[in-house]
Design a binder for this molecule. Structure first.
Ligand code: ADE
Length: 229
């Protein structure tokens, strides 16, 4: 079983439209869908937005179905000028950008009293993913920064650390949480994000505009991964 997650309904809708033999159940008020996708048994679910929602559901599915791998797809804001709207970013590593304990002498993103900071996905999954050719835009391997904030020009002013302390490539709200849960459970995972905005003053409008195209990109990406597994 491969678990395929996205934060919101719109981010998983395309998977549901092509799944066969779909059976739907509910846990904590959110639907989960089991069925086949291109001949592979899959479980597709949204997590809800933010690190807590994403982490809770990731652990739940790991406990319940003992998956072979977990793929998380959806949207992200770009933190680099050459990573454009419509591009795909594969998380080469992921970090919680809002985890800040400088007072304890710990670098941003590091969990105090541990050496956990940048979490890396499964090398084999990343290898397969790096061969993905998106229909639109370019493919980047990069650092995904995760936090419980939607970043626009207002937040960016107070989030210089996304660039100077973390050298991030993309920003979103779930990836590093899911990555950490998977990594602690020894489960191969990968996070792939379509860039929806430049984390600037146009972020909200851009985000809404690209959703349909981004969902198709996520589906094409997941199909590429399933074919390579
Ligand atoms: N997901 C997509 N765009 C985002 C942004 N600008 N900030 C946080 N999460 C996002």
């Amino acid at each position: 079983m491969i678990v395929i997650l996205g934060a919101m309904d719109t981010e998983i809708a395309e998977f549901l439209s092509v799944m066969e033999g779909r059976e739907t159940a509910q846990w904590q008020g959110i639907e989960e869908h089991r069925g086949m996708l291109d001949g592979h048994p899959v479980l597709v679910s949204k997590t809800g937005v933010g690190k807590v929602m994403a982490a809770m559901r990731a652990q739940h599915f790991i406990d319940r179905v003992g998956p072979k791998a977990l793929l998380f797809t959806g949207l992200a804001g770009s933190l680099k000028r050459d990573i454009r709207i419509g591009d795909t970013v594969l998380g080469r590593d992921l970090v919680q950008h809002d985890l800040e304990s400088a007072a304890l002498g710990v670098p941003r993103g590091q969990i105090p009293f541990s050496d956990i900071r940048f979490v890396e996905p499964d090398a084999q999954l990343l290898d397969i993913a790096a061969r993905y050719q998106p229909a639109e835009g370019r493919l980047h391997l990069g650092r995904i920064c995760t936090g419980d904030q939607f970043i626009t020009h207002r937040e960016l002013a107070s989030h210089a650390h996304l660039h100077d302390e973390l050298d991030g490539d993309a920003v979103e709200m779930e990836g590093a949480a899911v990555a950490l849960v998977c990594s602690l459970n020894g489960l191969p995972f990968l996070v792939a994000r379509t860039i929806s905005d430049m984390a600037d003053g146009d972020a909200v409008a851009d985000y809404e505009q690209i959703l349909p195209r981004a969902s198709l990109n996520s589906l094409a990406f997941v199909r590429h991964m399933l074919a390579g597994l």
